[in-house]
Design a protein around this ligand. Structure first.
Ligand code: COA
Ligand code: AMP
Length: 640
């Protein structure tokens, strides 16, 4: 399959690269595409025939798994570590070479093929942070099948919604995951999700873990066969990579939308591989043989891009860490892993640093470890507050690089691209637009906002390769959600401003999405759950500032008249409903009974004003408010 080259290091300064990406995107991205091995090289970069839906490299064909594994083995790097698995929660450490991963992935692809999976079929992966999660993802890519990884902290109802939308032939799972406080059994969740879903899944493949009870043999559901991973995969025959069109989907990743229904972000194969390879060299400055550690979860986009695909496409070594920043066993865990594996680039969410700082304010635990290997720390997933940036910079004496992106974009919209040019960093800013992303600030009428003025952050179409192609089963929803507010532009849903030197500051969401411990959640979907309670007349969930998690959801509920239920009893029931229906990851712990919610005369709940009150920010009471006493009620509750 093609020639066996590794991604080349780009050269040239940031502004030169940015200008080329805008002035001549065809040449820019065709050149970047040379970092990938193609079965059929693309002759064109952009296909705008269905604008505003765009496709990249329409006549190219390739295989993502071949690029992530086979070509490194063919290039003589088979013995190099591909994955270093480190799990303080099960007490295991293991290194997997590229050759070993190729063998495991090829055979697991063979097993999936035995279960009837072929090109274009979907496979849902519901697994904890174990190497088999990566094996399953790459095996899908090898077959040209489409994986959809669901984060293990989601409950059965959320999983069922994804099964109904993605209609997978197979679910790949494990007996469970291990949280520091408890063992999380996955199989009861799978069974419940299958029962809730109207889609019939042909096969469930279970990787048994000694630490968690449950195995494939205990289950038998009508129409669904349950297979044991360890029994079946050794005898499966290795499957070769299946060439797919660059525009064929590699994965669907569901993310919170402004309504309760999750949106299936569709990522293609070719554009994604090109963007990943470009970003590894030019943003992270990580190359073949380097060690990158992204302390996230494979269930999130950050994990897809920079635990799995980015490092492996670059021929680097990726660290898969199954643990927490604190408590497994202590706040020195991150520094231990960096030092043990000579990590060059660490990527995590600000919340992890805040958790470490709280437990070890002067980072005394870091003194036991040699961190000289570290080149830079990258942070994303939520706003990086200047205080945390300053603390981490002083501690590491290395660049601490904030970069801003979303599940939808798949890679950074704004960053300080370290591989291109080393530019000064500023507290509170993810620096500059990455080549390919034409970022602008506009007001509600779509007019450009002058420097220093805050507004909606939008990106001029087309978005570069690697960004979402569309939403699964949802071209219209894609257009409506992202492309209709400001024609010709993609709506990020974030607001912010540029300073005089062109640094962007991302201030927060303009919709009902909140970020809790780096996890993206919809307050709308929590409100849907609260509204189901028989005692609740109406409710609002808002994101309130939290010292460690950045934000936490708080629910305000108004009771139906005549209802007699204790506030505490009701709160406990609401908390457990959200946990059962969305999952522990929602971290919904606070429900407060109020006599009224502030609303406009047209009945719109003033969530923004409530958030400002709760966060102690300045706010203006809108002139259209229905009943000003409702503001006083909220004030009395949140500002005791
Ligand atoms: N499976 C099952 N449950 C999970 C889970 C998973 N994969 N991940 C989290 N949960 C559970 C937690 O156990 C917790 O349950 P509890 O209510 O019984 O205590 C709940 O979900 C809330 O978890 P979280 O909000 O993560 O809080 P925490 O106190 O457990 O951990 C941090 C706090 C900051 C240490 C942790 O959130 C963290 O490391 N965050 C990094 C975020 C990240 O990597 N984001 C990806 C984007 S870069
Ligand atoms: P997710 O899709 O889970 O990656 O979440 C994307 C959202 O997280 C963005 O739209 C932002 O609101 C927020 N976000 C991610 N990275 C940053 C960052 N570096 N600075 C500010 N907000 C961020």
């Amino acid at each position: 399959m093609g020639k066996h080259t590794l991604p080349a290091v780009d050269s040239g300064s940031y502004s030169e690269a940015f200008a080329r990406s805008v002035d001549d995107p065809e040449a820019f991205w065709l050149e970047a595409a040379r970092a990938i091995d193609w079965d059929s090289e693309p002759t064109r970069a952009l296909d705008d025939s269905a604008a505003p839906l765009y496709r990249w490299f329409p006549d190219g064909s390739m295989n993502t798994c071949f690029n992530a594994l086979d070509r490194h083995v063919l290039a003589g790097r088979g013995d190099q570590a591909a994955i270093i698995y480190d799990s303080p929660v099960v007490g295991k450490k293991k290194t997997y070479s590229y050759a070993t991963m190729l063998d495991k992935v090829s055979r697991f692809a063979g097993l999936l093929a035995e279960a009837g999976v072929g090109k274009g079929d979907r496979v849902v992966i519901y697994m904890p942070m174990m190497p088999q999660a990566i094996t399953a993802m790459l095996a899908c890519a090898r077959l040209g099948a489409v994986h959809s990884v669901v984060f293990g902290g989601f409950a059965a109802k959320e999983l069922a919604a994804r099964l109904d939308d993605a209609t997978p032939k197979v679910i790949v799972t494990a007996s469970g995951g291990i949280e520091p406080s408890r063992v999380v059994e996955y199989l009861p969740t799978i069974v419940a999700a299958l029962a809730l879903s109207s889609h019939a899944v042909g096969t469930v493949i279970v990787k048994n873990r000694a630490e968690v009870p449950g195995s494939a043999h205990e289950f038998d559901s009508p129409g669904t066969q349950w297979w044991d991973w360890d029994e079946r995969s050794p005898s499966a025959s290795a499957h070769p990579p299946v060439p797919v069109l660059a525009t064929d989907p590699l994965y669907i990743l569901y993310t919170s939308g402004t309504t309760g229904t999750p949106k299936g972000v569709v990522r293609d194969n070719g554009g994604h591989a090109v963007a990943m390879a470009w970003s590894m060299a030019n943003i992270y400055d990580v190359h073949a043989g380097d060690v990158m550690w992204t302390a996230s979860d494979v269930g999130w986009v950050v994990g897809h891009s920079y635990i799995v695909y980015g490092p492996l496409l670059a021929g680097a070594t990726t660290v898969l860490y199954e643990g927490k920043p604190v408590g497994t066993p202590d706040a020195g865990a991150f520094w231990r892993v960096v030092s043990d594996y000579r990590v060059r680039t660490l990527f995590t969410a600000p919340t992890a640093l805040r958790a470490i700082r709280k437990a070890d304010p002067h980072a005394e635990l870091s003194e036991q470890y040699d961190l000289t290997c570290l080149d830079a720390l990258f942070l994303a997933g939520e706003r990086l507050d200047p205080d945390t940036w300053t603390w981490a910079t002083a501690l590491l004496e290395k660049p601490v690089i904030d970069h801003w992106w979303q599940t939808e974009t798949g890679w950074a919209i704004c960053a300080s691209p370290r591989g291109l040019e080393r530019m000064p960093l500023r507290a509170g800013s993810p620096s500059f637009p990455v080549p390919g992303f034409q970022v602008q600030i506009v007001d509600e009428q779509g007019q450009a906002v002058r420097h220093l003025g805050e507004g909606n952050i939008v990106i001029r179409l087309p978005l570069p390769p690697g960004t979402l192609a569309t939403l699964w089963n949802g071209d219209d929803r894609y257009r409506h959600t992202y492309l209709s507010a400001f024609p010709g532009y993609y709506l990020t849903g974030d607001s912010g401003y540029f300073d005089r030197e062109g640094y962007l500051y991302v201030m927060g969401r303009t919709d009902d999405i909140i970020n809790v411990a780096g996890h993206r959640l919809s307050t709308g979907s929590m409100e849907q759950v609260l509204a189901q309670h028989a005692a609740v007349a109406e409710c609002a969930v808002i994101g309130v500032h939290d010292e460690i998690k950045g934000e936490k959801p708080v629910g305000y509920v108004v009771l139906k008249s005549g209802v007699t239920i204790g506030d505490r009893e009701l709160a406990a029931e609401l908390v457990s409903m959200v946990r059962d229906q969305i999952g522990a990851v929602a971290a919904f712990r606070d429900a407060v009974v109020v006599s009224a919610l502030p609303k406009t005369r047209s009945g719109k709940i003033l969530r923004k004003t409530m958030r400002q009150i709760a966060n102690g920010e300045e706010y203006i009471v809108p002139p259209t408010i229905e009943d000003t006493t409702a503001i006083a009620v909220i004030q009395a509750v949140v500002l005791p």
